[in-house]
Design a binder for this molecule. Structure first.
Ligand code: ADP
Ligand code: TPW
Ligand code: MG
Length: 581
């Protein structure tokens, strides 16, 4: 408190130089953050928040300055996912706010808790549209793109404003919250003691939500009677940090489990029950599917259609959001509550003896999995130069196996889809990627957020296109000396580097400058750049980077013809049936 207040000698107190302790908006915002354990801010400075950044830093808050707000926002979003505390992003008004907004919407879509705080212009001028500096009705614009949006006009409301923002971000289904702080708020002065009292320490911001016992029984009945049961773990399960109960539940059930991309590692991908390498079989043939923190959205083909086969099937869904139930298909057994409480209740109600799933189902899944793993193995061992995806990912797979604590960041098309399938993950929350939207551009923001929040080394596996969306943040990585190794899968373009524009001299729309040397970029900022043309060279360079923790960018030269259009989701690409002359 003392550091947040400043003393002012009252001029009109006459001979008695009475001292009254005062505080202001700047300090109250800092105190509100600290009181609630929000000790890191990701942002870009400028009017009206430059001074705020300085004061926050002076007060012991870690303030990380980025080169673009979107990347700061993605860092805050992934901080929310990794810590269960809202990640905080701070931007200036209008253009800064809009740059950060993509990440706020992304956080909301992915169910990550995040607070975007933006400075804003004065209400009077904005509402009369009189053309203020960076004028924009930010609150109105943010509202449809986030879970909740609030504005604080008076210093004495800062405490309540932050309490509301924190609760909205982390309770129930987590999401993004916008907090609008007009420039004038920061310099509003009030009595320090009253200010101190106005702050709110949020008690139990994400209260446990205990499921109803009959819903637990219904869920277990559906699972017990199944002939071909399956458990799907989603990133909500990873977020919940209920790792031990989830593992106990899955192991006690004996049921094959399929991890969604960011749920990989909740149980190791090498676990005997993991059906990751038998994905098509378990989706097509299962007759009861329990979803734990995973939505039946496009990533699971909406729970219907060819992928899911003809067999009748019951869905059991564990989720904190009641309205998620029946969003795509009928949910036979909805289990609403937080995942820790739900899975503990399931485990408790299973009792001493739980029937092992039918042996023929387990055998089908296991043999499919072994067959697919064996088919893949030789492809991962090639030492081709230029590399193909399998050769390059084969060595990265071994490196991740040897360093299970490192955080893997992954984006691109082929670079994403193939890495997801090939690289096993061994610990919870160690794989973070493009998420529900398949958003390119999360790369460097996620890498920075993960390095800062976990203190562990980060390996970012990036398509060359994907990397370009946030590439300038390698300066940020060098500036903060973060242990991040970026591997750019350089195939000269988007999906492939081989497209030709037959109609003119401009390059085709999906290709980049051939033979680019991304490794040289990081050298400009004092980092380590390496050009790797074979799996052996790649392996050596990544191992050095991970051992030294020095900011490193490896340009991994990939055969431009190796990839396929749209990676693995080419089916979503509409094709014109009209021939053009
Ligand atoms: P994935 O992409 O991995 O399939 P989704 O993002 O589609 O995962 O689904 C995550 C789900 O997890 C969301 O429906 C969200 O409501 C839910 N969820 C998030 N946190 C919790 C929690 N602590 N308890 C229960 N459900 C949660
Ligand atoms: C914000 C569309 C999906 S994947 C991709 C783009 C542009 C890049 C694929 O090329 P990359 O990977 O990264 O070189 P590779 O290995 O296949 O060559 N804008 C946003 N998000 C998305 N998803 C796109 C565009 C897209
Ligand atoms: Mg590419």
């Amino acid at each position: 408190m003392a550091e947040a207040a400043f003393k002012k000698t009252s001029a009109d107190a006459g001979a008695v130089a009475a001292e009254r302790e005062l505080t202001d908006g700047f300090h109250l915002v800092i105190d509100a953050l600290k009181l609630n354990g929000l000790d890191t801010i990701y942002g870009v400075p400028g009017i009206p928040i430059t001074d705020f950044g300085r004061m926050a830093q002076a007060s012991g808050i870690r303030v990380l300055s980025f080169r673009h707000e979107q990347n700061a926002g993605y860092a805050a979003a992934i901080a929310g996912f990794l810590t269960k505390k809202p990640g905080v992003c701070l931007t200036v008004s209008a253009p800064g706010f809009l740059n950060g907004l993509t990440a706020l919407a992304h956080a909301t879509t992915n169910c990550f808790p995040m607070i975007l705080i933006s400075g804003s212009s004065e209400r009077e001028i904005v509402d009369l549209q009189q053309g203020d500096y960076e004028e924009m009705d930010q609150l109105a614009i943010a509202k449809p793109l986030c879970k909740a949006a609030f504005r604080v006009l008076h210093a004495q409301d800062i405490g309540i404003g932050f309490a509301r923002a924190i609760r909205a971000a982390v309770s129930g289904r987590p999401g993004g919250v916008y907090l609008d702080l007009p420039a004038r708020l920061f310099s509003q002065v009030m009595d320090a003691e009253a200010g101190h009292k106005s702050l709110v320490k949020v008690i139990d911001p994400a209260p446990a939500q205990i499921p109803a016992p009959d819903a637990v029984k219904r869920a277990l009945d559906a699972l017990r009677s199944a002939k071909r049961p399956l458990i799907i773990l989603g990133k909500g399960a990873a977020y919940a940090q209920a790792d031990d109960v989830i593992k106990s539940f899955v192991e006690k059930s004996g049921i094959p489990f399929l991890p969604m991309s960011m749920a990989k590692g909740l149980l190791p991908d090498t676990h005997p029950q993991c059906a990751g390498a038998a994905r098509s079989t378990v989706l097509r043939d299962s007759d009861a599917v329990m979803l734990i923190g995973a939505r039946l959205n496009w990533l699971l083909s909406h729970g219907k259609g060819k992928v899911w086969g003809e067999a009748p099937r019951k869905f059991i869904q564990v989720d904190i959001e009641p309205r998620e139930m029946d969003s795509n298909v009928e949910i036979a057994a909805p289990l609403v509550g937080d995942i820790g409480s739900c899975v503990s209740a399931l485990l408790g109600a299973m009792g001493g003896s739980w029937p092992t799933p039918p042996a023929d189902w387990i055998k089908t899944v296991t043999s499919k999995r072994e067959e697919n793993v064996a088919k893949m193995a030789p492809r991962l061992m090639n030492n081709n130069s230029p590399m193909d995806y399998h050769g390059a990912l084969g060595v990265l797979r071994t490196i991740v196996k040897e360093r299970p604590d490192a955080v893997l960041v992954n984006e691109g098309a082929n670079t994403l889809d193939l890495a997801r399938g090939i690289i096993d993950v061994y610990r919870p929350r160690k794989r973070i990627d493009v998420g529900t939207w398949g958003a390119m551009g999360i790369g460097m923001g996620y890498a920075i957020g993960a390095a800062v929040e976990t203190g562990k080394p980060v390996l970012a596996i990036e398509g060359d296109s994907a990397f370009g969306f946030s590439g300038m943040e390698i300066e940020t990585i060098c500036r903060y000396k973060l242990p991040v190794c970026v591997v750019v899968f350089n195939n000269d373009g988007i999906y492939r580097g081989t497209d030709v524009n037959k109609a003119g001299s401009d390059p085709a729309t999906t290709v980049f400058v051939k033979g680019s040397r991304y490794d040289k970029m990081i050298e400009a900022f004092g980092g380590v750049g390496v050009n790797a043309t074979s799996p052996d060279e790649l392996k050596r360079a990544v191992n050095v980077a991970m051992d030294t923790g020095k900011p490193t960018l490896i340009n991994a030269v990939i055969d431009p013809a190796a990839g396929s259009e749209s990676g693995r989701i080419g089916n979503l690409n509409p094709q014109s049936k009209l021939a053009r002359k």
